[in-house]
Design a binder for this molecule. Structure first.
Ligand SMILES: Nc1ncnc2c1ncn2[C@@H]1O[C@H](COP(=O)(O)OP(=O)(O)OP(=O)(O)O)[C@@H](O)[C@H]1O
Length: 254
């Protein structure tokens, strides 16, 4: 179980994440949503240990992750929003390096690497440098690298970035399968239709604060709104997209 307790991050005194608390349970996909700049990636970076919280705590299985960050990170699979890959390595080399850092025995590692590369359709490109991979191919390497060590906690920050329709469908099923196998999955995305399909619960951020933390079904009932998109628009955007589009079109013509 992953637990955030009053997590806060301030940059130059300005809160980017403001007193956020929620729990992500094993066997469930928890959606973490919010408009651009609402604090999603900052939260994820604090969970993964890349950023130190200004206040508050992240607990994994009841223990503060900062007590032993290395042990926590060994159980974590993280797909970051920004694809930081070593472009001079081939796809296979990158996964080999990741697996070695994760201390996966060599023979098992290569079985895994081959399986991931084949399933993701990258086997033919395994000796090609990542520098010449497309955006979607890079995203698949990031996904493979995050899952190679069979982590108990999977954090996905915009994991569909660059994926084609078929790969996105596979990933959607994979996210559900990971939760069904008992993993804790935290899923941050702007793709509300997918979030609505795969998430048991959603946390919605607005300007760094959690404005909802419930199942989509309960939110639909409570807010008397038909879709997650409508709920999100009311809670987090608070502006009519049609009117905004109209104003932008007018700005073009000025
Ligand atoms: N290193 C930093 N220094 C200063 N401000 C930062 C830093 N990182 C993030 N911020 C600010 O914190 C706020 C939240 O940013 P964050 O990247 O967490 O948003 P997000 O919800 O992930 O957005 P997006 O959907 O666009 O990826 C923004 O106002 C951003 O400018």
């Amino acid at each position: 179980m992953l637990e955030l307790r009053s997590l806060t991050k301030r940059f130059s005194g300005i809160p980017a994440v403001d007193d956020v608390s929620f729990t992500a349970l094993p066997g469930q996909v928890t959606g973490y949503l919010g408009p651009n700049g609402s604090g999603k990636s900052t939260t994820v970076k604090m969970i993964t240990g890349l950023l130190e919280p200004s206040e508050g705590h992240v607990l994994w299985q009841g223990t503060d992750v900062r007590a032993d960050l290395t042990a926590f990170q060994a159980q974590l699979g993280y797909v970051p929003e920004e694809p930081y890959l070593y472009p001079h390595l081939t796809g296979a080399e990158y996964l080999e390096l990741t697996g070695e850092l994760r201390l996966i025995p060599r023979q098992r590692l290569w079985l895994k690497i081959e399986a991931f590369l084949r399933e993701f359709g990258l086997w033919e490109d395994r000796y090609t440098a990542i520098a010449s991979y497309s955006k979607g191919m890079r995203q698949k390497i990031l996904l493979a690298a995050a899952l190679l060590h069979d982590p108990a906690l999977v954090i996905l920050d915009e994991p569909f970035s660059g994926l084609d329709v078929h790969s996105a469908l596979v990933l959607r099923r994979l996210i559900q399968t990971l939760a069904e196998s008992g993993k804790t999955v935290l899923f941050s995305s702007h793709e509300l239709e997918t979030v609505e399909r795969v998430c048991s619960r959603v946390v919605i951020l607005h300007k760094g604060k959690a404005v909802a933390n419930d199942s989509v079904e309960n939110l639909r009932g409570l807010m008397e709104l038909p879709t997650l998109e409508a709920i999100f628009t009311q809670l987090a955007l608070r502006q009519d997209p049609d009117e905004m589009a109209q104003r932008l079109a007018e700005a073009m013509r000025q």
